[in-house]
Write a protein that binds this ligand. Structure first.
Ligand SMILES: [Zn+2]
Length: 167
């Protein structure tokens, strides 16, 4: 009993320790909360991935130009492990674009999208999006597609079986 209690306290302390190590920009926190809440309803595990990160941040180091801009990216160490999720500061000029870009990057990491679904087909996992407005105005369907067609979901449930997520 005592041992269990000690173990529990130890686990609690360790998880708190980890939690404090992930630096999350306050401007991204509400989107991250929403995203992880949806992971929960689909039973997609995210704790371990979250605590492997150093930061989820709005940065001014990503390129912005007329020809090509990087709106967000996963930051990796030399071994290729993801250490952070960086979102370009320009994106926060529009809250709806910020939301789509944040969900796009979160999905690369937490839902294990290692590639994009298409070049510009009006979904969150397109390479680029001509209209962020259309995505946001069809948000619930967009989220359904994003989660139910994700590698993490298919790994867990398979692609041919339709599973009603737990609420
Ligand atoms: Zn991407």
């Amino acid at each position: 009993m005592m041992k269990n209690l000690l173990l529990t306290i130890f686990c609690l302390l360790t998880s708190l320790g980890y939690a404090q190590d992930v630096q999350i920009d306050g401007r991204l926190q509400p989107y991250l909360n929403d995203f992880l809440e949806i992971c929960k309803t689909y039973n997609i595990e995210y704790h371990e991935k979250l605590f492997q990160l150093e930061s989820i941040d709005i940065v001014s180091t990503l390129p912005v130009s007329e020809e090509s801009s990087t709106l967000g990216m996963l930051r990796r160490d030399i071994e290729g492990n993801v250490k952070g999720i960086d979102i370009n500061w320009v994106v926060q000029l529009d809250q709806e674009i910020l939301k789509v870009v944040a969900f796009h990057e979160f999905a690369h990491y937490f839902l294990e999208y290692s590639t994009h679904v298409c070049d510009d087909c009006g979904i969150i996992m397109s390479v680029v999006n001509t209209s962020y407005f259309e995505i946001v105005s069809d948000w619930d369907n967009q989220i359904k597609t994003l989660f139910e067609e994700s590698p993490a979901y298919i790994k867990k449930y398979g692609s041919s079986v339709s599973v009603v997520p737990m609420r």
